[in-house]
Ligand binder design. Structure first.
Ligand SMILES: NC(=O)c1ccc[n+]([C@@H]2O[C@H](COP(=O)([O-])OP(=O)(O)OC[C@H]3O[C@@H](n4cnc5c(N)ncnc54)[C@H](O)[C@@H]3O)[C@@H](O)[C@H]2O)c1
Length: 277
């Protein structure tokens, strides 16, 4: 018996990285999946986002578990797109039980005062409006179903201390905490739980790319794997440089399954101890 048998889960940013990991693992636990991913580039971003092929691979991996998936290419900044995606999934699977607002990204990395208004706005729209859009698209349906629900929003360990070159991202991810606490309070009487995960560094294309490597090791033409590992490792008290996507998935699985049935408004930091520094 799976921990999510008969459940339907909506995941934003499911084409690769953590979102794909959540989709595949939750399917292994018996859930059907509704997946959304932009699968295109945002003009003000330097780090490449997922591709249509990435989303197809998530579909393949979910279907290989024996569960079903509705996958849509679309932008989480657009409420109508998010609502249509959830509607398509509910048409297919009949209900919605869980939502994971995972889509996010750091955008162009510069000192706060050097960002353009568009660079700032895009990151806030993806990382703060995005989770609100996800919540807005599922809560009415969960209330109508009348048997509770679980929402998890992916914030970040960057909210725990100041970071340079990420003020837009830190501001948006900090806003997510406020969103989680307030929605958790509003929805607790209805049995709908809302929680946040705060990952430290996770081994996904968001961090393992030339832009982030250069930020961590500014000298030279880009660090070797070993140099990057050493710099990242210096930020984690535990003897690992970063977490793997499945480590975040396991935390979310706890929050959305019966194991976490009375957990709401919580902030689960998953970071090999980085917050202790
Ligand atoms: N990797 C890390 O170190 C780390 C640390 C803390 C928090 N996070 C957060 O974890 C979440 C998952 O990131 P990841 O590490 O898997 O990175 P990732 O870049 O591999 O995955 C993010 C996914 O979101 C999608 N996406 C981005 N903007 C979108 C939009 N506007 N609409 C729809 N989809 C969009 C991307 O295409 C991509 O598939 C993000 O919210 C990120 O901010 C990551």
């Amino acid at each position: 018996m799976g921990k999510l048998d008969g459940k339907v889960v909506f995941i934003s940013g499911a084409a690769r990285g953590q979102g794909r990991s959540h989709a595949v693992r939750f399917a292994q636990e018996g859930a059907d999946i509704i997946a959304l991913d932009i699968c295109a580039q945002i003009e003000t971003y330097d780090i490449p986002l997922a591709t249509p092929e990435d989303l197809k691979e998530t579909v393949r991996l979910v279907e290989a578990t024996g569960r079903s998936i509705v996958a849509v290419e679309g932008d989480v900044r657009d409420l109508e797109v998010v609502e249509q995606t959830v509607a398509a999934g509910v048409d297919r699977f009949g209900r919605i039980d869980i939502a994971v607002a995972n889509a996010g990204g750091v955008g162009r990395m510069k000192m706060g005062w050097e960002l353009t208004a568009d660079e700032f706005r895009d990151v806030v729209e993806v990382n703060l409006f995005g989770p609100w859009n996800v919540a807005k698209a599922v809560i009415g349906r969960m209330l109508a179903q009348g048997d509770g629900g679980a929402i998890v929003m992916t914030s970040s360990g960057v909210v725990n201390r100041p970071f340079a070159n990420m003020v837009h991202y830190v501001a948006a991810k900090t806003g997510v905490i406020g969103l989680v606490r307030s929605l958790a309070y509003e929805l607790a009487p209805h049995g709908i739980r809302v929680n946040a995960v705060l990952p430290g560094m996770v081994n996904t294309p968001l961090v393992d790319n030339p832009v982030i490597r250069k930020l961590y090791v500014p000298d030279g033409d880009g660090p070797t794997d070993e140099e990057f590992r050493a710099v990242a490792g210096a930020m984690t008290p535990m003897p690992v440089p970063w977490l793997e996507p499945q480590d975040i998935t396991e935390g979310i699985l706890y929050l959305v399954s019966d194991s976490g049935r009375y957990v709401t408004g919580a902030e689960l930091t998953l970071d090999a101890g980085t917050q202790l520094f």
